[in-house]
Write a protein that binds this ligand. Structure first.
Ligand SMILES: [Zn+2]
Length: 147
């Protein structure tokens, strides 16, 4: 199928294709430095990289002797973002617990359910439900931040 599509192109047209937008031509991707088949893309500048011209990082590739520092910084920035969602999980949990406490306080200090369902009881229940929701959401955020 791919071969049939390509057969219309003259060979001298191929380099133009290879230097086109990498993301739209993953099968055509060539190394920017050597012109051979690329094994991946530099996380910083987006150039295609063959193995001898790539420096491998745990979470991406960099142009050897060129983009290593940039890619390291990008990876660290990415880790800071996931650490950020960890702390937002804590914030969500704290606000959830606070909300549930406020709801419980509402019900307790206005005489509980002795007088049936009053506005304050209703408000208290709403706070507690919101608190439970927040804590559940915080747990979910926490787990996804760790993943
Ligand atoms: Zn690069």
């Amino acid at each position: 199928m791919t071969e049939n599509c390509r057969s219309g192109f003259t060979p001298r047209f191929r380099p133009a294709l290879a230097s086109g937008p990498w993301k739209h031509q993953p099968r055509e991707m060539k190394c920017f430095y050597s012109g051979t088949d690329a094994v991946g893309i530099c996380k910083s500048c987006g150039r295609g990289l063959a193995l001898p011209f790539a420096t491998e990082f745990p979470k991406g590739l960099a142009c050897a002797n060129r983009c290593e520092a940039d890619v390291e910084r990008l990876i660290r920035a990415g880790e800071a973002v996931s650490a950020g969602s960890g702390s937002s999980a804590i914030n969500t949990a704290v606000s959830g617990v606070f909300s549930a406490l406020a709801g419980g306080g509402f019900i307790y200090f206005t005489g509980g359910f002795i007088e049936g369902l009053s506005l304050t009881n209703f408000m208290g229940c709403a706070f507690i439900l919101f608190g439970l929701y927040s804590v559940t959401r915080a747990l979910w955020l926490w787990r996804s931040a760790r993943a």
